[in-house]
Each structure stands twice: as structure tokens, then as C-alpha cells.
Design a protein around this ligand. Structure first.
Ligand code: SF4
Length: 341
């Protein structure tokens, strides 16, 4: 009997946004999908060792995940992420990712390096699906159509769960049947949606930094423990994101940077939703140099507290905890003063 093809997906970067679609599509084509372990010290150190010094931590970690999979799979799934909306592109490091991995100096399995360039629907997506199927030798159009339909259904459900305030790890459990939607704490609902008196914080940043507790030193989880309502860009309704994409005189060139900024602008203009903004930025990230400054200036203009937290491989839990506690304390004091005055 022919052995099932094993395809490895690194648990990093676009994994946090697109994993359900990748997994379902590949499985329906007949492949076995294997994901790398959760980020840990070994993965981070392997990534640091083989990556150029000035790469940001998400790119270093991505390489660590690739090395974790290299001996376990027949193919590595590293699509060339060009654009998800036909306007902005992903950051240059995403664009060059398959080549960076190919030339990392370590023996690698074959890389599924197909362009993800969604320019107009369904053309770009169809080309992507056909190219992925072709990479692992599937040529039957009926199999491809069925696989693509299932993949898109699951992806839509996943996106909806993120919008409801579930973290990716929780939403994945729900879409793949190992968790129930109501079992999870849904953050970001109190101030506007429940009219409660709690502190709400916009935790803005790229999903692969915010939702990887190892590289972010657990910022999201720490805020929840501090009884803070956390709102990320994934929770902002599509309609609002579309609106704010037309508000900026000039959008950024980069997909995730725009998502972060549009969400920030929406939340700052609707100040009853949040009490402050925390921007998580990766040391050495070119796009973030502009995103961080834009958010800081907009927050200042709106009169809302802003905290910028830079992460790198030396980020320590203690330092992050102290800064978060101080920021949240200040938000409580400010809220109390507003209520009194
Ligand atoms: S956007 Fe910044 S953090 Fe993300 S991969 Fe590019 S350089 Fe790294």
C-alpha cells in the first residue's frame, strides 16, 4: 500500500491566520499534516543558530519550527505569502521565506513553495489551490474542488470564532472538534458589549507574536490574569476594518501592519470600548518602526494611554509582568478618577 504523504506545517507566522485552511485542504487531498511542537527553548535556539542575526524573533522562531519538522515529513508547507487582499503585501521577510529556509544550510525535505496572492476572487485562490495540489501530485479537479470547498468552510468558521474573542488555540480546538465554543473565555466584550465596569485594553500586534506565548512572554494570558478585557485586531468587525482602510491618507504596504493600524484607529475613535492600547512589536521589525509611531501619535491625539512592548529572544517574563501591572494599575486609577469626576 502506498504510504500517505506527510506535509509539515510550521507553527509560526501565517499559521495563526491560515492554518485551518491549509490543514483541511491538504488532508482532503490525501496528505497527513504534521505541525511542529509549541514554541520552546529548543526551537528558539535552533532558529537563532541558523538565522541571520538581524532577523526579527518571529522569523528566527519560524526557522526553529522548520528544523523541528525537517526529519519528520516529506514536504514542508511554506507558501510564498504575497497578498491576502490584492492590495497590501506581506512583509518582505514573508515573501522570501521559502528561499531563506532553502538556503539555511541544513538538509531540508521538498518545500511546497507556491504563491499565495489573492488578487480578485476566486482567481488567485484557485491558482493557489491548484498549485498546492500539483506540488504533491494530485491532479483530479473534483478532488481539488471538494477539498477547497471544505477548506474554505472551516477557514470561515475559524475567522468567525476569532472575531468572537477566542484565541487561535481555542478556535482551532472548536473547529477541529476537541473543544466547545462555550468552554472558552471570550475576551473583549465587557465595556461596550456588556456595559460592565472593567478595564479593557487593545492588544495590538501581529498574531504570530501575540498568540505565541513563548515569544511574547505570555502577554495575552498575563492580561487575562490581571482581569483585563483584551481586544485584538481579529475581533474588529470586517465592516469597520473596511471603513478604516479608507480613513488613512496612505495605507501601509504590508498586510498585517494595516490590520493592526485599522483596528487601532477604530478603537481610538470609539473610546468607550477601550481604556488603553498595548502595542507588541518585535525588535528589528522594519514595518513596526512606522506602525508603532503611528499608533503612539494617534493614541496621544485621542488622549488614551499607550504602552509599547518590544519582544526579542531576551524578553523576560518578570520584566513584562512588571510593566503590564504598572500599566493596568494606571488604567484603573484613571478610570476611577473619571467616574469620580
Ligand atoms: S512584519 Fe516585522 S515581525 Fe513580522 S516578519 Fe516582518 S519584520 Fe518580522
Amino acid at each position: 500500500m502506498k504510504r500517505q504523504i506527510r506535509v509539515g506545517i510550521p507553527r509560526a507566522l501565517s499559521y495563526y491566520t491560515f492554518f485551518p485552511m491549509w490543514k483541511v485542504y491538504l488532508e482532503k487531498l490525501g496528505a497527513e499534516v504534521i505541525i511542529s511542537e509549541q514554541t520552546n527553548r529548543r526551537i528558539l535556539e535552533a532558529g537563532i543558530k541558523e538565522t541571520v542575526n538581524d532577523a526579527c524573533i518571529p522569523i528566527k522562531v519560524f526557522h526553529g519550527h522548520v528544523f523541528d519538522l525537517a526529519n519528520k515529513v516529506d514536504y514542508l508547507f511554506i507558501p510564498r505569502m504575497v497578498s491576502a487582499d490584492g492590495k497590501a503585501t506581506f512583509c518582505p521577510k514573508f515573501l522570501g521565506l521559502p528561499d531563506m529556509v532553502r538556503f539555511a544550510g541544513v538538509a531540508m525535505p521538498k518545500i511546497i513553495d507556491v504563491r499565495y496572492h489573492i488578487k480578485g476572487f476566486p482567481g488567485g485562490l484557485t491558482r493557489f489551490f491548484i498549485a498546492v495540489a500539483g506540488s504533491i501530485g494530485v491532479k483530479n479537479p473534483v478532488t481539488m474542488i471538494r477539498a477547497a470547498t471544505s477548506a474554505l468552510v472551516v477557514q470561515k468558521k475559524y475567522k468567525q470564532l476569532l472575531q468572537e474573542g477566542l484565541k487561535p488555540v481555542e478556535a482551532l480546538k472548536v473547529v477541529f472538534g476537541s473543544g466547545k465554543r462555550d468552554d472558552y473565555h471570550r475576551s473583549g466584550r465587557s465595556k461596550k458589549w456588556r456595559g460592565g465596569k472593567r478595564v479593557s485594553v487593545a492588544l495590538l500586534g501581529y498574531p504570530y507574536a501575540i498568540f505565541d506565548p513563548y515569544i511574547s512572554a505570555g502577554i495575552y494570558e498575563k492580561l487575562i490574569k490581571l482581569d483585563v478585557d483584551v481586544i485584538t485586531f481579529e475581533q474588529i468587525p470586517n465592516k469597520q476594518m473596511r471603513h478604516y482602510s479608507k480613513v488613512m491618507p496612505q495605507n501601509f504596504f504590508w498586510y498585517y501592519s494595516n490590520q493592526v493600524c485599522w483596528a487601532g484607529l477604530y478603537l481610538l475613535e470609539n473610546k468607550n470600548i477601550i481604556d488603553g492600547i498595548i502595542h507588541v512589536t518585535a525588535f528589528g521589525c522594519g514595518p513596526d518602526a512606522m506602525v508603532d509611531k503611528t499608533l503612539e501619535l494617534e493614541a496621544k491625539h485621542a488622549g488614551l494611554p499607550f504602552l509599547s512592548l518590544t519582544i526579542d529572544e531576551h524578553t523576560g517574563e518578570g520584566g513584562v509582568q512588571t510593566r503590564l501591572e504598572a500599566f493596568v494599575d494606571m488604567l484603573w486609577t484613571r478610570q476611577a478618577k473619571h467616574r469620580a469626576g
